[in-house]
Design a protein around this ligand. Sequence first.
Ligand SMILES: Cc1cc2nc3c(=O)[nH]c(=O)nc-3n(C[C@H](O)[C@H](O)[C@H](O)COP(=O)(O)OP(=O)(O)OC[C@H]3O[C@@H](n4cnc5c(N)ncnc54)[C@H](O)[C@@H]3O)c2cc1C
Length: 343
Amino acid sequence: MRVAVIGGGINGICSAIKILEYLKSSGSPAEVTVISEAFSPNTTGDGSAGLWGPYLLGSTPTNRVHRWSKSMHEFLEQIWLSDDAGEAGVCLIPCIRLTTTTMDNDVFWKDIVYGCQSLTPRQLDELNKGRSKKYTSGQHFVTYTSEPMKLLPYLMERFQRNGGNLVQRKIINLEDFISKSDYDAIINCTGLGSQLCCGDGGMFPVRGQVTRVKANWLYFVLLDESDDGNYIIPNCESVVLGGTHQENDYNTKVCPNDKSFIVDGCRKIIPGLEHAQYLYDWVGLRPGRETLRLEAEKRGKQITIHNYGHGGSGVTLAWGCAEDVLELLKKDLQAFNPTKSKL
Ligand SMILES: Cc1cc2nc3c(=O)[nH]c(=O)nc-3n(C[C@H](O)[C@H](O)[C@H](O)COP(=O)(O)OP(=O)(O)OC[C@H]3O[C@@H](n4cnc5c(N)ncnc54)[C@H](O)[C@@H]3O)c2cc1C
């Protein structure tokens, strides 16, 4: 079976691994190729902190988001418990979420992370000490960061070690590509690129600007989830200060006003950041969509599976979505050839 995965971001690479490893384990002859305009370190995920957490997913059904994000959490747990955690950039980390309004204490992903608890009035008083901004509710829990700049090369190596191919190429028109190619299956993981290559008018960018600094003394994540809130997320060798989420903004240049909002806001939360060494600023466009698109389309013998529109959670959902991509492919193979299929 010949499969082309279009898009070499976190969702393309996870889908490609799932398919290749499954086909190999079932003994089927398999050729899986990831075709992408860009690979790591030039994908959207590469600039993100890779914090586990469902975010900016429009009206994507909660039960699906729960299943996908749980699967990724379990995948990260396996890596964290293995010898590979350092190489893959996977860290276990305490997190505090705060808001000046009311936080949903029964958030739907509470059972996935470790030890999620609401902050007590006493803990909030401690956190509010000496601050003009007063937080009124919050939670603490433990979860993972999986820094995509490390996780992506780690996963790409796993894919190639198993015989997967990587090809750098831009697909201008997906329809044309599908009709002219002889792949049995095409998996579309082009993120925001789906706007152009498959004409999805429902896609929109959600611009995100961040600043990276060196502050190795920081050991926890702090998310201010008020409307005007900032976030602070440590990675292995640097800390991500954020951030913005500007819908329909295509500007990929660093905006000085956003930088002031980020740096000043984070320093107000953790004053010690004033002495942190500045590394660089980064802007990325999250692939926004009213609902994440994960579905199959059949044209003759060929199947196309779309897996894009992951908003602010592409890293959080990648492994779970890749599992569903594989399930759709397996269903199609069984329907097409119920007796011969080894799947
Ligand atoms: C500032 C910021 C912080 C973030 N923080 C987090 C976080 O902490 N946790 C989290 O889970 N998520 C986070 N995200 C969101 C996350 O980065 C995205 O949801 C994720 O990267 C989407 O992955 P993807 O593989 O679907 O798309 P992308 O990473 O955008 O990859 C798409 C791929 O398709 C390729 N492509 C596009 N068009 C074509 C074409 N026509 N032909 C060939 N190839 C094409 C591109 O080159 C690229 O390789 C953050 C995003 C931003 C901007």
